[in-house]
Design a binder for this molecule. Structure first.
Ligand code: SF4
Ligand code: SF4
Length: 380
């Protein structure tokens, strides 16, 4: 296993791949019932392979992920061998006292008196306003001082300009967590965000390096592209290597459901140094990315320039869900998420009133209202 270090935390080696606890094996398809024996086997294998970073969050598996992490680390006698990360559910915070309420509950669930890496979960423009209005940072500075939090950062889901604002408005960030993979180099924070944060000594944790597993289960056409390399290499390894290629990336989170998966990822992380891919390898990855992009029905680069929509439509997100559903053939999965997280919140394509305010802002010249209607029809 190779280890990397956050610029502001130089004494803490972090394994290049971390164990994400958001897609654990479950019993009878019930996401709140974790298959502890299977999950323990994968976690134990990860520890054996030198993985020292574990990532969970308040809502994962309906709250069961944090409880599992606490119990499993106790069972495996591993609490002191890992850097434990979890995230504050900012969207549930309604008053100042809630910061403490959630932190206390999380410490209890995790059976620990210290959370090594604490993140404000899924920050976007509106949640960042909540953090500032309800004095979240002041509260967490106290938790840092009394040792209940080791290091403070944020995970992120919004446009690049919002990412830069959040980075700039608080000097104390020690790390951030962003979505990054060979299809999402310009999505949300993207490559530019990684560099922007690194220039301010903020190292990045990468989530979704395999895009929810889709980049591990590629179609035959993409397998054929990768086979030109001449040496056998799994699709998942190509994706992990691409994420680890960036020196701004300190660790890449992978939701590993079995010991075999752990060993494959650990083998990759043991040899994937920054800036080590050849131009030929990078060209093959770019062709694989182009294959998927060509199948996407909207040429949206998710740049976010069209935001904010006065009617509240999350335009880039809706197009990304639509594009992913079509290009990867994962409509059921993306549709479920769209109907749960976007439509009820008034952020879906159906909230577009065709005012046209976004049209002149789109550098791709996309007929946004029409495409939103198509996206909504497909995802509904
Ligand atoms: S046309 Fe639709 S998506 Fe664009 S700004 Fe108006 S309401 Fe929002
Ligand atoms: S619709 Fe256009 S402006 Fe909006 S995110 Fe996509 S490419 Fe950017």
């Amino acid at each position: 296993m190779l280890y990397r270090r956050f610029p502001k935390i130089p004494n803490l080696p972090v394994s290049a791949v971390g164990f994400g606890l958001m897609r654990l094996p479950v019993v009878d398809g019930d996401q709140t019932r974790i298959d502890e024996a299977a999950a323990d086997a994968a976690l134990a294998a990860a520890l054996d392979e030198g993985v020292n970073s574990i990532d969970t969050a308040y809502p994962y598996h309906g709250g069961a992920s944090e409880r599992y992490a606490g119990a499993a680390l106790e069972r495996l006698g591993a609490r002191d061998k890992v850097l434990l990360a979890t995230k504050c559910p900012v969207w549930l915070v309604k008053e100042e006292a809630d910061w403490e309420k959630f932190l206390s509950e999380q410490l209890s669930r995790l059976r620990t008196d210290r959370i090594d890496f604490y993140l404000l979960h899924a920050l976007d423009a509106s949640r960042w306003e909540t953090v500032k209005r309800l004095k979240g940072l002041e509260h967490f500075q106290k938790a840092l001082a009394d040792g209940r939090i080791g290091h403070l950062g944020f995970s992120f889901h919004d446009s690049l300009p919002v990412f830069k604002t959040i980075v700039d408005e608080y000097e104390g960030w020690e790390f951030c967590q962003v979505q990054y993979n060979y299809l999402d180099t310009a999505f949300q924070a993207g490559s530019e965000g990684l560099a922007y944060a690194a220039a301010r000594e903020i190292g990045s944790i990468v989530m979704e390096p395999l895009r929810g597993g889709a980049l591990a289960r590629v179609p035959d056409e993409v397998k054929a592209i990768f086979s030109e390399y001449g040496k056998p290499r799994m699709a998942a390894e190509w994706a992990l290597r691409f994420a680890l290629e960036r020196q701004e990336v300190i660790t890449v989170l992978s939701g590993m459901g079995s010991a075999d998966q752990v060993r494959e990822n650990a083998a990759t992380a043991s040899s994937a140094r920054p800036n080590s891919m050849t131009s030929r390898e990078l060209a093959l990855v770019e062709r694989a990315a182009a294959f998927f992009r060509e199948r996407m029905p909207v040429p949206c680069t998710t740049c976010g320039y069209c935001q904010p929509c006065p009617s509240g439509v999350a335009i880039p997100d809706v197009f990304d869900l639509y594009n992913t559903a079509v290009a990867f053939g994962t409509t059921a999965d993306r549709s479920a998420w769209y109907r749960k997280a976007y439509v009820p919140a008034g952020k879906g394509g159906d909230a577009c009133v065709s005012c046209g305010a976004c049209l002149p802002k789109c550098p791709q010249g996309i007929a946004i209202p029409e495409k939103l209607a198509a996206a909504h029809a497909h995802l509904s």
